[in-house]
Design a protein. Structure first.
Length: 534
């Protein structure tokens, strides 16, 4: 397939930052010298059809924002989430682990005392009928670690979501050049964990027997079905790969056998860099997911043909190697979604300065690339109003105001540097101001039986107006310490119908729907019952 990078074009401002206008007013109380946190999680806490937001606070309090028809209310204390205030929260991951119909939260934290951590194990919070959260199964998650994130996914298709937890740095040493300046990182890394869910009653760590502990310093992971065989595979990104030669990995799920196979080299996926975040999205509408990997310096986009992966980020002009040449950029989260409902996947990249690293840009602007056709990208960061230069980390998309276009929530840490002293250093919510006449459709999938209730890992494929395919997958955790909405949204261009809708129920075959009218979000359950949510 031929790809072309097209230069900057002008357009009306697509996004407006509205966090304070819609009630998200919390400000950090101090400065974050540890640069942790700022992951964001989208979930529907009370099943009212309006996506809510969890904000990971790092060393500061985390927040749960309840969406009241487009206006957010701080319900952190009301829902009991303030019990995690003693944790240094990196991110949270929403999924219904016990299939009772309500999304629960796994809290990933930095505990290692040597890093001035919180000295506490991670916490699984059970959602009690959409009214409050309580800690459960603490014996299953008792080990202290340095947990930057996690991802939910049902690895054995038994109808209960399992959990992969990334573990990071235990100790860090430096190598030095002839002048005595540090020039290499020599980390000691911690083993990752894979928790098998026993019918919502307990979890067992089986990472060692699955050979998924890995010797690298994991910083991001994502359960995703890269080969379209209806089970969840695993992508793992390691930090400091170019120094300890332990790079990013892709593990194929060998279901129905309970095992994984490392196919990183076979697919051409293996690489060594600062792995920060992973973003799935089909950028060329061929019906298989591609993957954007963020880095300090050159980002990667792996075009997936199932039996091989080809890296072409620089060719497409979306590598973001430099902020201002020769000063490198630092990217954290790359997320794909259809900004303008024109049937293809656009790319938002959350960026942010890293104080512990030399020669990375202090003011490093976030980026938006519009996909003008299958795989042709235009840099619209400035004209879209998304070129913010605060220190962003996590990001996710959602339709917070139910207007049919997708908005962005982007997490920010509060820097102690004077360059940011007079700026509004807080979480940002960017409202999409789309005014074109393109149509859209959305879906909420509800599993049952041996399909997990959250339907994490399930996917929908539809035909677009030009005969291509659009595929979307329910997110169990991706980006950097983040998770986007579980509603699946599709731009339809000028089409008034979504046609040839194929739902892949994870591990349980497919369901076909001939067509549905545009302009609605539909709930579809495993038995095929369909109703309009809005």
């Amino acid at each position: 397939m031929f790809y072309l990078f097209i230069g900057l074009r002008s357009s009306a401002q697509l996004f407006t930052e509205v966090s304070r206008d819609v009630g998200i007013t919390f400000e950090y109380e101090g400065l974050d010298g540890q640069e942790v946190g700022a992951g964001v999680t989208v979930l529907d806490v009370n099943n009212d059809g309006w996506d809510d937001i969890f904000q990971a606070g790092g060393i500061f309090p985390s927040k749960l924002w309840l969406n009241n028809k487009g206006v957010f209310i701080d319900v952190t204390e009301k829902f009991g989430v303030n019990l995690i205030d003693t944790l240094f929260v990196q991110g949270a991951y929403a999924g219904d682990f016990d299939n009772d119909g309500y999304e629960d939260l796994f809290i990933a934290n930095m505990a290692i005392p040597a890093h001035r951590g919180d000295n506490s194990p991670p916490i699984l919070l059970k959602n009690v009928k959409g009214k409050r959260f309580v800690p459960v199964l603490q014996e299953s998650f008792s080990e202290l670690g340095h947990y930057p994130g996690a991802s939910w996914g049902d690895i054995n298709n038994d109808g209960y979501i399992d959990l992969f937890v990334i573990n990071y740095v235990k100790e860090m040493e430096n190598g030095f050049d002839s002048l005595g300046k540090p020039n290499t990182y020599l980390p000691q890394c911690l083993p990752n964990q894979l928790f098998l869910n026993d019918r919502g009653e307990s979890f067992k760590n089986i990472a060692a027997e699955m050979k998924l502990t890995d010797e690298g310093c994991g910083l991001a992971a994502c359960f995703t079905d890269f080969d379209n065989d209806n089970d969840v595979d695993l992508i793992l990104l390691n930090d400091f790969g170019q120094f300890n030669h332990l790079g990013n990995r892709i593990y194929r799920n060998d279901y129905p056998e309970l095992s994984f196979t490392d196919v990183s080299n076979k697919l051409g996926f293996y690489d060594e860099f600062y792995g920060m975040g992973v973003g799935p999205g089909d950028i060329n509408n061929d019906g298989v997911l591609d993957y954007y990997l963020t880095n300090i310096g050159r980002n990667r986009i792996f075009i997936n043909s199932i039996d091989t992966m080809t890296e072409i980020a620089r060719f497409l002009g979306i590598d973001l190697t430099y902020s201002i040449d020769p000063v490198i950029g630092t990217s954290w989260t790359g997320i794909f979604f259809d900004v303008d409902n024109d049937c293809d996947q656009d790319l938002y990249v959350a960026k942010g300065y890293l104080e512990s690293l030399e020669n990375n840009a202090i003011k490093d602007e976030n980026a938006l690339f519009l996909n003008d056709a299958a795989g042709q990208f235009t840099d619209a960061s400035e004209s879209a109003g998304l070129n913010d230069s605060l220190i962003h980390r996590g990001a996710a998309f959602l339709d917070f105001d139910h207007d049919g276009d997708l908005d962005i929530v982007s997490g920010v840490i509060k820097s102690r540097r004077s360059e940011f002293a007079k700026t509004d250093q807080k979480i940002k919510l960017y409202r999409n101001n789309l005014e074109n006449e393109n149509n859209w459709i959305g879906f909420k999938l509800v599993g049952s039986g041996n399909v997990n209730r959250s339907c994490i890992g399930c996917s929908i494929t539809i035909s677009d107006q030009s005969g291509g395919l659009q595929i979307k997958e329910v997110d169990g955790g991706s980006g950097h310490s983040s998770q986007s909405t579980k509603f699946l949204y599709f731009g339809l261009g000028k089409s008034s119908l979504a046609e040839n809708i194929i739902i892949q129920w994870l591990g349980n075959g497919e369901m076909k729907i001939d067509s549905l009218p545009a302009g609605h979000v539909y709930e579809v359950n495993r038995k095929g019952k369909t109703k309009i949510l809005y």
